[in-house]
Design a protein around this ligand. Sequence first.
Ligand code: KG4
Ligand code: ZN
Length: 333
Amino acid sequence: MIQTSGVILGIESSCDDTAAAVVNRYGQVLSSVVAPQTHIHSPYGGIFPEFASRAHALSVIPTIRRALAEAHVEGTQLTAIGVTRGPGLIGSLLVGLNTAAGLAIGWNVPVVGVNHLRGHLRSADLMEARVRYPAIVLLVSGGHTFLARMENLSSVQTLGTTRDDSVGEAYDKVGRLLGLGYPGGPAVDRLAKQGEASIPFPRPMISEGLEFSFSGLKSAVSRHVNRYPEANPADVAASFVQACMDVLLTKCRRALTAFGAESLVVVGGVAASPQLREGAQQLCAELKVDLCLPPLRWSTDNAAMIALAAWDYVDHGIFPELTATASMPMSVF
Ligand code: KG4
Ligand code: ZN
């Protein structure tokens, strides 16, 4: 039985998905609507920021209306609105922020500006509280790649970030190189399953530390494809995915061994990768720690995770300003 007294409306528009969701205090999702813009950006092979903002402006109100209707909730009944304030594309963020600010006045409810990265973190607790602390968090998305240690929900220690590209960007670039369209991640995964990881691509920074680098791997794939146009694309995809997995899982193992933790939390769009889910599962079984993954549909950007993160702010009485912020670390509420 889903508890509906006390619900937050989450609004997410930081990148190329307009999303709204209604979530109760226990992380149960009453509704979650995502209006993707893939069809708008795929002809360009990446996100076109001005087109993203325009598409958000067109779909934000219908998306919110649908989320409220599916949850059978009126705006005036909300405990609060949680809206992504960053990191992300400024024009896109402003659409969500301004909409939330206006609705909050109209409905006379509080509004909270949410850190998108904290949203991804909280995606692992949607529908059921999974994360036990202290936890090691691997956040792998289109915009970010980092490892953090969390003593509890309020204490975040960043262990290592990427020096250049995120792993999601590398997937998207390889997807483009192989003519798989945008976003590349899911298509690269599918193709990789049909190939053999026979090409020895580099594993950047694998032998020490907790930092990442993916631009060298990206360039190595590009050089290989240009040099051997007859190379089997499935083998290229499989070899690239294997290199990414080796790096990501080696760093997770190192962090878990060095710092100790009850759980490994893997979140962000690349956490939808079956290869990463399977690899993390094996690693956690071996090291005897819990693996906490978001339900598949909430690995990529969505508003349910923003609403659940907003509950943390409300519970702690934190109401950040509704200013759009292009970059911010996960330690910031
Ligand atoms: O978290 P997200 O939806 O947006 C950001 O906050 O960036 O992550 C998007 C990224 C894209 O780079 C996309 O290619 C990647 O996540 N992605 C995947 C998969 N699904 C999405 N990467 C690998 N395997 C997937 N199945
Ligand atoms: Zn995201």
